[in-house]
Write a protein that binds this ligand. Sequence first.
Ligand SMILES: [Zn+2]
Length: 186
Amino acid sequence: MTDKKFCTKCGAELPINAQFCSSCGQVVAGTDAEAKFRQNEAEFEEIMKINSSTWVSFMIGIYAIFAIIGALAGLLQAGTLASTIFNSPEFQQYIKSLGWVVTQQDVLNYITWFGYMMLASGILAAISAVLVKKRIKWMIAVACCLLAAVLCVWSILGFILGLLVTWCVISLRECFIDEPDLVDEN
Ligand SMILES: [Zn+2]
């Protein structure tokens, strides 16, 4: 065993018991200081993963709450809403200009169908938000987020935002704590 050590970064000669390079501050490999440094690095990485997943989960959760409340409000008021829209002069003029034959029941059906789509989108987003927050079942979290976006296809902006958020969930893969198990199963 030699009694001389050299810094791996700057090459300075170091005392045999050195934990840090006195010249450049580099932590010396194989020392307690290095072990502590690696541990801090791992802890920092874990905190970053928790922060990213919390932030993405929060975004999806906000959407889920608005979609579910909006859908339920719309469905509960569907009859009134359909009547208001159908009897408005603007609507009557609009369908006349298009040459369409639309009944009040058609309007009600459309609102109901639209409401259930929003409700489904919100519920899927809520499931995705919980999975992302817990950092489990990455594939299901991605699938729910993507389906929630697809159900938003009637609004181009909503659809594009949904796809962007889905991409965020996809990129969080390594943040998921059960992901190694998922890989083993495949
Ligand atoms: Zn050095």
